[in-house]
Design a protein around this ligand. Sequence first.
Ligand SMILES: [Zn+2]
Length: 256
Amino acid sequence: MVTCVFFHAHPDDEALLTAGTMARLSSEGHRVVLVVATAGEAGLVADGGNPGVLRRAELRSSAALLGCDRLVELGYPDSGLSGSPTGFSAHDPHEVARRLADVLHEEEARMLTSYDPNGGYGHPDHRQVHRVATLAAKLARTPILLEATVDRTWYARGLKAARVAGVKVPPDTGQVYSSSSEITHRVDVRPWLAEKRASMAAHASQASSRGGDTRTLAVLLRLPRPLFRLALGTEWYVRREMLAGSRMTHPLAELC
Ligand SMILES: [Zn+2]
């Protein structure tokens, strides 16, 4: 049994990108630690409460539903899509990496998750997660570093299907997430979709759509069960580099 640390930018990123993998590893007896950089307070909250407080409470529910053994909140300000000059993305990545490396040391983590260099769709906080995780894994000599991503081909197909169904979706620029050829791990999480769905639903403030604002979580949670299974039954990772001596069997090797 090993410890796996999942590093995310905002509450709800864990639900969308790695929830199935987390539930799976936890159910198999591995120690699962969730580290989140910000409280996601720049995300819209429908009913006008304090976004940071609400989203942190949602994050705690999600972590419990996924069987997390520990939740670490780094407490940086959410940069928002336009990248606030005082936000997480503007902090010195080396400084943040030292804090993350402390957690990795403490936990004797075997595996850390990050994002692809573009942070999926380019959110400044997601790109910062990539920079920080890459540095922290080196500092702590964490053997396995996996970038949580989405298969770009699959994503484009999903957008097209959604558009045909009349859902307002962002234009497909073809530059998001990772190409099929880059992906090294395709994790089948279909047996853990109940946990994944519950984790997504726990982020209730992000799961309602108002007016013209269509949110990914809201759209996905409204999918009929077979489509939900198709859309969310796989989680993708890219393993780019290996530290010396990191070829040992690790949980995800058995899953793929
Ligand atoms: Zn995010």
